[in-house]
Design a protein around this ligand. Structure first.
Ligand code: FAD
Length: 503
């Protein structure tokens, strides 16, 4: 049976990931009537297939690594029996499920009308939603079209089961996110050739993995599988892994991963692959021009992500994508497209947006406040931190040394190994701090960290870069002793001409 209804809302958000639900929560808090359309589960990629499950798994990986460290460095007579993948997955999924419930509760509490279905633009102010009721019997799909009205009561459950056309009084926000990119001839089969999505739901842990792609996702999965005992080969086409980071970050990370037994090949190309009964065989051309044959139980393709706009009806609203599939804002200060009232957030945005959950939250706040008539400050992408949660971790904010020089800045750089401070020696896992500042102890342009726990250390640096601080501003603040952060403080003291341990 099909029921139809027409509604109006102030704001219609399409996509319930971090960008979409962030927008919806802030808009509702500002008193706007918000409809959020999600075809799968609110929380999106980050909560269900990205940040949260992968970081839960990487936490387990750290515990496994800790057993080896305890035995080898600290005389703790511990051994690892085995990893119970099913138990690991159960804990991970419980964390995801509890977060999912939390997001649903926040949305309900804020009065956001969540509609489950697939949304399509039918014009610059209208959205149609077609959905299949989760409680429908097979074959009795219930199609609906949504339209949003401020004066509607909030029939949350009615919207769940109707056919709706929505029209927006203030604006429509596109937040449909991204999906894994695949390469021609490397179609994932979910078993031997997998994406980061498939890797989460695999039946067990592989004994060997070939990871294609040395960006954050590829490096994190390489690191995880190595901790779990797999033989890991990491292949990156660019001349270094994490190629968007400072070259010293790539160098230290490569060294750290190799020390752990990961076979890292940058500047390498996958020539061909053959699917075998129990895995894949791939030929890789290394940077030195040698051809290597790698056999692995699993080939994990992590070569980036592509924006999701299929079936979104962009043309009906008068919109297009660029050649890479991104929806490009005409006004970056408001994240508004060329069609007034249609805004875009999250992974749909091209650089300088970053394809990161926390960037999408910031974009959601900006758009919600814009739609509420406030004058929000644009997102300062240069001050958004970037983290790779591998072992070792990387965390950075601002410009790399090369970027700063390419922009014609005269720079001064200082670096320090983490093992130069006592806490770094306790950790015994290497790492470094690098600060890029304008020459003459001028503005801090970038901070780059590699090592244990640096994901938790980057916060002060994002304020330093975001507040256009100079080394002397930082150097007068005292860091706790003994901490890893002391190394950050030391580098700023040195740049301010007051270093204790460096000349
Ligand atoms: P998404 O989260 O992709 O949400 C889009 C939503 O829109 C989806 O739920 C989808 O179902 C829905 N949708 C799509 N089309 C329609 C339609 N037509 N109608 C209705 N609904 C629709 N970022 C970090 O900051 N930190 C990390 O540690 C991190 N780790 C990651 C690890 C992995 C393995 C991956 C894959 C990503 C990771 N990311 C991380 C990136 C982060 O997940 C994304 O940047 C973020 O999820 C983007 O949010 P979004 O709202 O733009 O899109």
């Amino acid at each position: 049976m099909t029921t139809r209804a027409t509604h109006t809302a102030d704001v219609i958000v399409i996509g319930g990931g971090t960008g979409g639900y962030g927008t919806a929560l802030r808009a509702a808090a500002l008193g706007l009537d918000v409809v959020l359309v999600e075809r799968d589960k609110v929380g999106g990629t980050c909560l269900h297939r990205g940040c949260i499950p992968s970081k839960a798994m990487l936490h387990a990986a750290e515990l496994v690594d800790g057993i080896a460290e305890a035995r080898e460095r600290w005389g703790v007579k511990a051994t690892l029996d085995s990893v119970d993948w099913a138990a690991l997955v159960a804990t991970r999924d419980d964390i995801v499920a509890r977060n999912h419930k939390g997001v649903e509760a926040h949305l309900a509490h804020a009065g956001v009308r969540v509609v489950r279905g697939t949304a399509r633009l039918t014009g610059p102010r209208t959205v149609r939603v077609e959905s299949v009721r989760t409680d429908s019997a097979p074959g009795t799909a219930d199609r609906r079209t949504l339209r949003a009205h401020a004066q509607d009561a909030r029939p949350h459950t009615d919207l769940e089961s109707g056919v709706h056309d929505f029209s927006a009084r203030r604006g429509i926000v596109l937040a449909t996110g991204s999906r894994p990119r695949t390469l021609l001839g490397l179609e994932p089969d979910g078993q031997h050739i997998v994406t980061s999505d498939d890797a989460l739901f695999a039946p067990g842990l592989p004994a060997s993995v070939l990871v294609l792609g040395g960006g954050a996702i590829g490096v994190e999965y390489a690191s995880f599988h190595r901790s779990m005992g797999a033989e890991v080969t990491l292949v990156e086409a660019a001349d270094r892994i994490v190629p968007l980071e400072d070259a010293d970050v790539s160098r230290h990370l490569t060294r750290g991963l190799r020390k752990r037994g990961i076979d890292v090949h940058a500047g390498a190309r996958l020539l061909d692959t053959e699917v075998l009964d129990n895995g894949v065989r791939a030929r890789v051309r290394t940077a030195r021009g040698e051809t290597r044959t790698v056999e692995a139980e699993r080939l994990l393709v992590a070569v980036g992500r592509v924006p999701v706009t299929e079936g979104l009806g962009l043309a009906a609203a008068g919109l297009t994508t660029d050649e890479r599939g991104f929806v490009v804002p005409a006004d970056w200060n408001r994240l508004e497209t060329a069609v007034p009232g249609i805004h875009v957030v999250g992974d749909l945005l091209p650089p300088p947006s970053l394809g990161l959950a926390h960037a999408s939250f910031a974009e959601g706040l900006l758009v919600a406040e814009t739609l509420a008539g406030l004058p929000p400050a644009p997102v300062d992408y240069a001050a958004v931190p970037r983290v790779t949660y591998s072992s070792p971790q990387t965390a950075s904010v601002g410009l790399s040394e090369t970027e700063a020089r390419a922009r014609g800045r005269e720079v001064e750089v200082d670096t320090m190994p983490l093992t130069a401070v006592a806490k770094g020696m306790v950790h015994g896992r290497g790492g470094m701090v690098k600060v890029v500042a304008e020459a003459g102890a001028g503005q801090v342009l970038g901070v780059h960290l590699v090592g244990p726990n640096v994901s938790e250390m980057i916060a002060e640096s994002q304020l330093i870069v975001g507040w256009d601080a100079e080394p002397s501003d930082v150097a007068r603040h005292v860091h706790a002793h003994p901490t890893l952060s002391e190394a950050v403080g030391e580098v700023f003291l040195t740049l301010a001409g007051r270093g204790l341990h460096q000349q």
